[in-house]
Ligand binder design. Structure first.
Ligand SMILES: C[C@@]1(CC(=O)O)c2cc3[nH]c(cc4nc(cc5[nH]c(cc(n2)[C@H]1CCC(=O)O)[C@@](C)(CC(=O)O)[C@@H]5CCC(=O)O)C(CC(=O)O)=C4CCC(=O)O)c(CCC(=O)O)c3CC(=O)O
Ligand SMILES: NC(=O)C1=CN([C@@H]2O[C@H](COP(=O)(O)OP(=O)(O)OC[C@H]3O[C@@H](n4cnc5c(N)ncnc54)[C@H](O)[C@@H]3O)[C@@H](O)[C@H]2O)C=CC1
Length: 223
């Protein structure tokens, strides 16, 4: 059995082809749109929500059955029709073209599986069970959504800024590492969230980080 390798893909503005327009395609498309993909759906029918998206120009709908030519120029393919044979054929054709394909009715037959996802801006949590039972991944992510709330989006933005400042002002990689480890402690993240001075005072920021890194150092043992 395959072991699956997790990655975060940049699909912004890239063409993603979805074959099928049912509830499963609808869920995959929601994730694709969150990541800024250009979604093309080929399907004789659409769910009402997908129909609305097509009417608003959020996705491009080609109202017919999927054919191999639809694959041209796609970065990713989602074979999510209700017809297993069609899904398999599309995935095989995609493989010949070097395009990674997801097979909705038979995950193992595809090149990638879609995990359950919690998105908080730049902070993204994904859980997968390699096809063993996606309900488990969905449940775990539901639980984590209470633990990692919308504040994590703010934390991630602040950390991005802090990391740029540290890279700019601290030459030693080991010191950079210690400062950035100290920067992600829960109370530190809360400090950055409330620090109106964060972007305007790099000197103060480095001072606070050094003091936090110092406090985090393991105490010398007494013999
Ligand atoms: C292999 C995979 C291929 C792929 O799509 O990438 C696949 C395949 C199949 N799913 C099926 C069923 C269900 N899928 C869900 C839900 C999700 N399924 C997702 C991913 C994946 N599903 C990939 C594996 C990922 C992994 O294992 O980690 C999630 C995580 C992501 C997403 O789809 O966006 C999303 C949760 C989103 C969320 O809520 O957070 C539920 C729960 C529900 O409906 O409430 C059920 C009913 C319960 C059950 O059956 O377990 C069936 C059987 C259909 C049948 O009965 O015939 C197949 C086909 C088969 O297994 O053969
Ligand atoms: N991966 C997952 O998370 C899950 C996968 N599934 C499987 O995914 C598949 C799709 O599920 P649903 O959306 O619920 O099915 P559905 O039957 O509601 O929708 C199928 C869609 O495919 C379209 N379609 C049919 N033949 C087509 C063709 N030749 N070309 C293009 N489009 C075509 C239909 O018009 C319809 O829009 C099923 O095979 C199901 O077993 C089901 C549940 C979860």
């Amino acid at each position: 059995m395959a072991e699956w390798y997790p990655v975060m893909l940049n699909i912004s503005e890239k063409k993603c082809l979805v074959a099928g327009g049912g509830p499963v395609a609808e869920r995959k498309i929601a994730g694709l749109l969150s990541a800024g993909a250009r979604v093309i759906v080929v399907s004789p029918q659409l769910t009402p929500k997908l129909r609305e998206l097509a009417d608003n120009g959020g996705i491009l709908w080609i109202p017919r059955e999927a054919v191999d030519d639809d694959l041209e120029g796609a970065a990713l393919v989602f074979a999510a029709t209700g017809e297993p044979d069609v899904n398999r054929r599309l995935a095989e054709s995609a493989r010949l073209l070097g395009i990674p394909a997801n097979v909705a009715d038979n995950g193992e037959a595809g090149d990638f599986m879609v995990p359950a996802v919690l998105r908080r801006g730049r902070f993204v949590l994904a859980a997968g069970v390699s096809g063993a039972g996606p309900a488990l991944a969905a449940r775990v992510v539901r639980e984590l959504s209470a633990r990692y709330g919308p504040e994590y989006s703010v934390y991630a933005d602040a950390l991005g800024h802090i990391r740029r400042a540290v890279k700019e002002h601290v030459a030693d990689p080991e010191e950079r590492r210690l400062l950035l480890l100290a920067a992600v402690e829960p109370d530190a993240l809360e400090e950055w969230r409330q620090a109106g001075w964060l972007k305007s005072q790099p000197g103060k920021l480095l001072e606070r980080l050094r003091s936090r890194a110092e406090a985090a150092k393991p105490k010398e043992e007494n013999h």
